[in-house]
Design a binder for this molecule. Structure first.
Ligand code: PMP
Length: 406
């Protein structure tokens, strides 16, 4: 075992909760992760001890809070290997980060006749903002398909890419399959035609080390709440040269230099993109969540995650009569499946009564469901506290569901 799961589990108060009188088996981490005591404490500390609006006051608490917020930005920057903390913009979540890029980058750099490329396995939040952008700008959305094993058809991407391509948007890890896309390759292919690249890292950042400089991407987005931080702590990484050229997408306090009716000038990035009072308590607690995962070690988390995914797949295959979506080379954080003859909603509801929380349905990835010709799947998704016993409980539950429908 790469690290002591029991001592990690002991740090998550919610894992002691009973569901229908049974121990909670929480396998819905791709939707949101649970929070360790240190993160709850960091959040609590802001409101109990230091709360005051940031960047505005000359008074003590405002300065303390501002320092904690800007330190959090630095912590995020080093966590994702950004060259400079000004390349980190705090948002509410992945969705807001993507919409920010669609408006602030897209409206400026995507012209009529241009193309934006996405993949068929994207979460809706990495599809719909690009459809809206293409409608606004008279551009075309192009879609890269997958192979039946869940891997991206990179040869098709090569055919789609052209001097008309302005932006390629791809998930690092599929939130449905847990498949890991070759984003290094995607970045170099896109850059070779002069297109920028946005990586949706919502499902990779919680499971293995991610470095924006190593990936050489233009934009990378993730949600703090999936990496043990509070809700409201989203991140947009953007290369400084883009942030300098992008227009603000929301106007208001904090993001200005000088306001007058003759015209307004803006603050330098990242503040230019943080209009209004941000959720500084969530951002400060995100820094604590990052220290928490770093204390376990991303490489250890990755190893344990792969072990758990393998146990899940081998167990499901041993049960038989279960279709896995899809059997990719690697599963990071999630395995999706269907039990033959059982609607995913029925499977999920029965598992729930056993205290096992899995997600059922389309997982905000309807185009991928269409690609597989199904309306939904059952998804088990993992976190740092997912134990072999959790997977044993899941497999036992799946066997019982199968028997009930036999
Ligand atoms: N992208 C991916 C790959 C996701 O898994 C999710 C959340 N399921 C999102 C985007 C959207 O995240 P949020 O709802 O936190 O904005």
């Amino acid at each position: 075992m790469p690290y002591d799961i029991d001592s990690v589990r002991a740090q998550f108060p919610i894992l002691a909760e009973k569901v229908y009188g049974k121990s909670l088996v929480y396998l819905d981490n791709a939707a949101t992760s649970q929070k360790p005591q240190c993160v709850i404490d960091a959040y609590d500390h802001v409101y109990r001890r230091v709360n005051a609006n940031i960047h505005r006051g000359v008074h003590h608490l405002s300065n303390v809070c501002t320092t904690l917020y800007e330190d959090a930005r630095q912590t995020v920057a080093s966590f994702i290997g950004a060259a400079d903390s000004s390349e980190v913009v705090f948002t509410r979540n992945t969705t807001e980060s993507i919409n920010l890029v669609a408006y602030a980058f897209g409206d400026k750099f995507v012209a009529p006749g241009d193309e934006v490329v996405v993949t068929v396995l994207e979460h809706h939040s990495n599809i719909v903002p690009w459809q809206l952008l293409c409608q606004r700008r008279g551009a075309t959305l192009r879609v890269v398909d997958i192979n039946d094993d869940g891997s991206l058809r990179l040869n098709q991407l090569a055919d789609i890419l052209s001097p008309k391509t302005r932006l390629v948007c791809a998930a690092h890890v599929s939130n449905v399959m847990g498949s890991v896309n070759d984003v290094h390759q995607i970045v170099s292919m896109a850059h070779s035609v002069g297109a920028a690249v946005l990586i949706d890292a919502a499902q990779s950042v919680p499971h293995f080390a991610v470095s924006v400089q190593d990936l050489n991407c233009d934009f990378l987005v993730f949600s703090g709440h999936k990496v043990y931080a509070p809700l409201g702590s989203g991140v947009l990484y953007a290369r400084r040269e883009w942030l300098d050229q992008m227009n603000p997408w929301m106007g208001g306090g904090e993001m200005i230099d000088k306001v007058s009716f003759a015209g307004t000038t803006f603050a330098p990035p990242p503040l230019k993109f943080e209009a209004g009072t941000p959720d500084y308590a969530a951002a400060i607690a995100l820094a604590e969540a990052i220290r928490f995962v770093q204390s376990i070690g991303l490489d250890n988390i990755d190893l344990q995650d792969q072990k758990i995914a393998q146990q899940t797949i081998e167990g499901l295959e041993a049960i038989g009569g279960v279709r896995i979506f899809a059997k990719t080379a690697r599963h990071a954080g999630a395995v999706s499946f269907l039990i033959d003859g059982v609607h995913p909603y029925d499977a999920g509801s029965i598992l729930d009564k056993m205290g096992i929380a899995v997600r059922t349905g389309h997982h905000c990835a309807q185009p991928l469901m269409d690609r597989f010709g199904v309306t939904g799947t059952v998804r088990a998704s993992f976190g740092v506290y997912t134990s072999e016993a959790d997977i044993d409980a899941l497999l036992n539950g799946v066997e019982r569901v199968k028997k009930m429908f036999a």
